[in-house]
Design a protein around this ligand. Structure first.
Ligand SMILES: C[S@@+](CC[C@H](N)C(=O)[O-])C[C@H]1O[C@@H](n2cnc3c(N)ncnc32)[C@H](O)[C@@H]1O
Length: 239
């Protein structure tokens, strides 16, 4: 029988899941992460969702090939948090999608602790945005969540950001909105230097492209991005 093989990124996601409670995996695609979670007995039940039917077919085949007990999961097609709107999850995972898309899931589906129905969708959200991770982190920690874990993990040579947030009361909010997460800096993640170096290179590249552009705001954009690069270099010097 086939066994799920987790990359370092997938393992980081799995490690942040709350054990003993149902899990939902939004945009599951291959279904490898929830399959492994079920096979290891970390969670008693999983809901696997995707907006597209093709990935869900693949996921169904994978779970069968891995020998996952069919009474322990359901597979639902739908957009974002829509298919799991009734809540009751320990953890909701949203991984491998753009940060703007994941932000939209939180904005659009009224999942929150403020829901009139009362119970939040999940005790914890484990998120791995492929893009705009800083915007998603700022948005959530300024609103209703506290950051409770954060890890950098490599996949195919690329550094991925995996973090977990939990709903909290307004008085417990600790916004984490810097160029690099305070949480990550304090944790001194093994990949932090390489991660910041990548951000510096990107900021310098954008500044250079802007300074070669004819656009009216090009000079201003170049200045902003050079300032960002300088601030990142300062952070890098202090780690
Ligand atoms: C790159 S795969 C990520 C697979 C898996 N979550 C992982 O991290 O390895 C992205 C998946 O998200 C699905 N997806 C894209 N937009 C979505 C949406 N609005 N709601 C649910 N799933 C979506 C795609 O169909 C695709 O299967």
């Amino acid at each position: 029988m086939n066994k799920p093989v987790l990359t370092e990124r997938m393992q980081a996601i799995e490690d942040m899941v709350l054990p003993g409670l149902p899990v939902a995996d939004i945009g599951t695609d291959h279904g490898i992460i929830p399959a492994d979670i079920l096979l290891k007995g970390i969670c008693p039940f999983a809901v696997l969702t995707d907006i597209n039917s093709g990935p869900l077919e693949k996921c169904r085949e994978n779970l069968k090939a891995f020998g996952v007990d069919p009474s322990k999961f359901s597979i639902l097609q739908g957009d974002g948090f829509d298919p799991v709107g009734d809540g009751g999850f320990g953890t909701v995972i949203a991984a491998g999608m753009g940060g703007e898309l994941i932000t939209g899931f939180f904005e659009e589906t009224g999942w929150s602790v403020k829901r009139s129905a009362g119970e939040p969708l999940a005790k914890r959200f484990v998120l791995q945005p492929r893009t705009h991770a800083d915007d998603l982190r700022s948005y959530l920690t300024e609103d209703e969540f506290r950051l409770c874990d954060y890890k950098l993990a490599k996949e195919r040579g690329r550094i991925c950001e995996v973090f977990a947030v939990e709903p909290c009361a307004a008085g417990q909010l600790r916004p984490d909105c810097g160029l690099v997460s305070e949480f990550l800096l304090q944790k001194n993640d093994p990949l932090i230097a390489e991660f910041i170096d990548g951000k510096i290179r990107k900021a310098r590249r954008i500044a250079e492209n802007a300074s070669g552009s004819e656009r009216p705001d090009a000079k201003y954009a170049a200045e902003i991005w050079n300032t960002v690069a300088g601030q990142l270099e300062e952070i890098r010097r202090n780690i």
